[in-house]
Design a protein around this ligand. Structure first.
Ligand code: CP
Length: 322
């Protein structure tokens, strides 16, 4: 975020959630605890609440999404809010309307929270600087930079499976350079005290040296996975590739695909994670994705709970709209 802008209010609570960069550990823990409370046993009805009664949440997604968009809508509805889902490419922005005019238009319809996914870096902060005093902005994904609720749901999944963060070795492998998921996971897990984060990628997918402070960089997946407690796989972000040439997927799978044999090098209690969408047979094989160590479906369930927690945090911080 740029100088002079903070997403925290005067009480240290979230006014917006655009990045996890400056979110203090107690707030992260509070969000994880809240999210845990929004999980119900398999087969039972999902928890509901009235925390957002009278609120309106607008999803403005300018990039494809299944998990984030659906879970934000479910989270808002389950907490009693009205929702709007605007397909940005089919909105009046396609006729030249600026994002701020779209925001001002929806604000007049008494929208309280904007959930925005956009490929343009900085647009979330720009919108947050322009919204009215009682209105919040949540990032549902910003370029390659940030996906804060994904970072939270990844942390929640790890905490559930491992009982905490102390002493863990977490390996994040794949197209780390272009991954907002990796950046938010790294930030959340660093703040929460994970002992060792390894990033594994071929040279063209390795982030610049200035990024991922404190992480160990490993070129080989076999080496990077050895002894890991958590193995987080990432897909190749082809939609963000620029002029680097096509990746040979067979070759990539050979060197960077997670197979059952490779997973055998990790800790025996290791869990496998993937934010989705997966490219089966490229970065992960189906037997691993659907196997007993996979927490990929649990991540999806946690996604709804985390988004409920974030929305409820806003409601608790601000109170109901007049
Ligand atoms: N993990 C994630 O952001 O998935 P979607 O693109 O489906 O929202």
């Amino acid at each position: 975020m740029s100088r002079g802008f903070t997403q925290l209010d005067a009480n240290g609570r979230l006014r917006h959630l655009i990045t996890l960069d400056d979110v203090p550990r107690p707030v992260l823990v509070e969000l994880l605890d809240r999210a845990q409370g929004y999980l119900s046993p398999a087969g039972s009805l999902p928890p509901r609440g009235e925390d957002l009664a009278g609120w309106t949440v607008a999803n403005l997604f300018a990039e494809p999404s299944t998990r984030t968009r659906a879970s934000f809508e479910l989270a808002a509805v389950r907490l009693g809010a009205d929702t709007i889902n605007l397909d940005v490419m089919l909105s009046s922005r396609a006729k030249g309307e600026s994002i701020i005019d779209t925001i001002y238009t929806l604000q007049e319809m008494q929208v309280n929270v904007f959930v925005i996914r956009d490929a343009e870096a900085g647009i979330h902060e720009y919108v947050a600087r322009h919204v009215g005093p009682g209105v919040s902005v949540i990032s549902g994904g910003e370029a390659h930079l940030s996906h804060p609720t994904q970072g939270l749901l990844d942390a929640l999944t790890i905490r559930q499976c491992m009982g905490g963060f102390d002493g863990l070795v977490v390996t994040i492998a794949g197209d780390v350079r272009r991954s907002r998921v990796a950046r938010s996971a790294h930030r959340a897990l660093s703040t929460l005290g994970v002992a060792e984060i390894r990033i594994v990628a071929p040279p063209v997918m390795m982030p610049d040296a200035a990024e991922f402070a404190g992480a160990r960089r490993v070129g080989s997946l076999d080496d990077g996975i050895a002894g890991a407690d958590v193995v987080m796989m990432l897909r190749i972000q082809r939609e963000r590739a620029t002029g680097a040439g096509a990746t040979d997927l067979v070759d990539y799978h050979q060197n960077y695909g997670l197979t059952a044999a490779r997973l055998g090098r990790a800790s025996p209690r290791a869990i496998v994670m993937h934010p989705g969408p997966m490219n089966r047979g490229v970065e992960i094989t189906s037997d691993v994705a659907d196997g007993p160590q996979s927490m990929i479906r649990r991540q999806v369930a946690n996604g709804v709970a985390v988004r409920m927690a974030v929305l409820a945090h806003f409601a608790a911080a601000r109170g109901r709209p007049a």
